[in-house]
Design a protein around this ligand. Structure first.
Ligand SMILES: [Zn+2]
Length: 466
């Protein structure tokens, strides 16, 4: 079973030629041939799996700003040097460090039962242990309607619904509201703490962590804890039975002052237009509960391996291919904003940008948001990717990944190779985000798609900027 898919992709690549390209295709026969060869090599290569295995095993969890994240930067730099990139360097930045610390949370009435929870990023510690009555809110909208100071001395619990699994991850943005801004309303209501249903699509007793949103410069003054979906179901049932609920809580999570983080940057310098940059990447940091295999060791492996395969071609593509391993993404896109600031004067030379940050299940479509005159190039790239099972999606779909947001806001065009996200929110930000969840064949398909499409864009003369 393990290599069945890989054999299927390989057979498709050799048996079927790609769909006919446009009569006036901007892609030459030589480029098409090279792209197909890159896909064939990628399908057979274990490089991506070796990279994500090394990162998750030798470095482990890598919370933004931690000592582990620094070890990951050193690892990324050495990897780039070993894989034959022309330039490899680290750009550091300063950030405030939030540490999870120890948590204990349990139901104390109507009976004693431990709950499986985790602090949300940015949450305050308990000053001393809390044991308080719970006020139930069906969803974030109910909590938003809470009257000022009506929750004094109480713990607010905001329920919601489990996310429905989907290919696109639809519904995450809405479900995420309780995690992002729930604390602002709980605090206004005077609550001693906020407990929220995890944002995830799994029914395991793993809590999903994640960052809250600040309100201007202000972060929560109360502890904020996400509990697993089955624990939230349990509280809902007890509430529906009209049982008075109390929860006991002790949390040590807190801010610990400024620390260093950084982005690792690896360049394959273009042979004809080195100043023009095709930017790909993933984020090097992870949440600390698992080992960040799916989020986002996979993205680091996919983009680095794709570029490393292009590095083995006899000649560099015309434009520079840049892999950015962004730091401190989970804790607020801090590496992304640092990159956009540091390279502000040069963003006009960024031809296109995309990040892989949605796991490593099979890529199923290519979407773009580039100059309409470059649509034919994107259409023809999708045709070349079609033996991998990839279709052409919209030509005006914004969003190249979270770390690309600050670049896109400054006018950098984006593309996206969309992974199937059905399992993503089962694992996302949980202790269950570990290496065994990555299928080597699906990872290889991702790398094949990235290698071919990034090569074709980097070796093209087509202008992608509007
Ligand atoms: Zn991520």
């Amino acid at each position: 079973m393990q290599h069945l898919k890989r054999l299927t992709f390989g057979a498709m690549l050799s048996i079927f030629s790609v769909q006919l390209l446009a009569a006036q295709s901007p892609i030459t026969d030589d480029q098409k041939h090279t792209a197909t060869q890159l896909m064939q090599t990628a399908i057979k290569s274990d490089l991506g799996m070796e990279i994500v295995t090394s990162l998750t095993t030798e470095i482990g969890p890598r919370l933004g700003g931690s000592e582990a994240e620094k070890r990951a930067r050193d690892w990324g730099l050495k990897l780039g040097q070993d894989l034959g990139f022309d330039k490899a360097w680290i750009e550091e930045f300063t950030m405030p460090f939030w540490d999870r610390g120890h948590l204990h949370i349990s139901l104390t009435s109507p009976y004693q039962q431990d709950l499986y929870g985790t602090a949300l990023g940015g949450a305050a510690p308990t000053k001393e242990s809390i044991n308080a009555d719970v006020v139930y809110f069906r969803d974030i909208h109910a909590l938003k309607a809470v009257k000022d100071n009506s929750l004094n001395g109480k713990i607010a619990f905001v329920d919601g619904d489990m996310m429905v699994k989907s290919q696109t991850g639809a519904g995450y943005g809405q479900a995420n509201q309780r995690r992002r801004i729930g604390w602002q309303h709980a605090e206004r209501g005077g609550a001693s703490a906020l407990v929220v249903r995890s944002v995830g699509s799994d029914s395991h007793r793993f809590p999903h962590s994640g960052m809250m949103s600040s309100e201007g410069d202000k972060w929560a003054n109360i502890p904020v804890i996400a509990i697993s979906n089955p624990d939230a179901d349990h509280l809902r049932r007890l509430h529906n039975l009209d049982k008075p609920l109390t929860i006991s809580l002790h949390s040590e999570s807190k801010w610990k002052g400024d620390v260093s983080s950084g982005n690792v940057i690896l360049d394959l310098v273009g042979s004809e237009k080195p100043e023009e940059i095709v930017l790909i990447g993933g984020h090097l940091d992870s949440w600390d509960l698992g080992t960040g295999a799916v989020d986002d060791g996979a993205g680091i492996a996919i983009t680095t391996a794709a570029a490393a395969l292009i590095a083995k071609l006899p000649k560099r593509p015309k434009r520079t291919i840049r892999v950015v391993m962004f730091g401190a993404e989970e804790v607020g896109l801090l590496g992304a904003f640092a990159y956009a600031k540091q390279h502000e004067a040069n963003l006009k030379n960024h031809v296109v940008a995309t990040e892989s940050d949605f796991g490593a299940q099979t890529i199923w479509q290519l979407v773009s948001n580039v100059n309409p005159k470059a649509t034919v190039l994107m259409d023809d790239i999708a045709k070349i990717l079609s033996p991998l099972g990839i279709i052409r999606g919209g030509s005006d779909v914004p969003g190249g990944g979270p770390d690309i947001i600050p670049l896109a806001a400054k006018g950098v065009p984006t593309i996206r190779l969309s992974q199937n996200g059905r399992d993503y929110f089962d694992l996302h930000h949980t202790p269950d985000d570990t290496l065994d969840k990555i299928n080597p064949d699906e990872l290889a398909q991702n790398i094949a798609a990235y290698a071919a499409s990034i090569y074709l864009i980097a070796d093209s003369d087509v202008e992608l900027k509007p």
